[in-house]
Design a protein. Sequence first.
Length: 189
Amino acid sequence: MKHNINKEALVFDDFLKIYKAEVTHDSFNSDQEITASRLALDKGNAIAVLLYEKDTDSFLFIRQFRYPSARHGHPWTLELPAGAIDAKESAKEAAIREVEEEIGYRIDRLEFIVEYFPSPGMLSEQIILFYGEVNSDQKTSKGGGSVSEKEDIELVKISRYEIRQKLEERFFTNSISIISLQWYLLNKV
């Protein structure tokens, strides 16, 4: 099947960018092509890291305020350490940087989990998930997030034994955490 992006324009340019395009693509339901106007929200690609702290038998999460989820009654979300991949930076380099910045741990070895589109109908962002193992003595700084980005991050440890139950109880509310933990249960237990 074929597609073409006929015209594309940047219609909003801030921390997030919005592109508007006229697209043409083949149809599943007829011999006629479809031409339509579409929007894409772009903020670049991101990483997230599922970290298991071996000596405490715990997973390391972060909690921070999120305006979009606050609009739905969930102002402080529990998430994995995550962040944007900067220009000229590999996904692994971004993961190492974000873990140190957000929770203060030095990591050097990461295992790739998956790369996926969290909301392909709206976002151009791809998320790359990694898994890593640390010990508590690898915490070398306070963490807490980037001051220049006005991040305010709390480190939260959850026992490995609680993870399955918390998934069953729908405790986690974001795809990054859910996908990573399900991967762990399928591949590491």
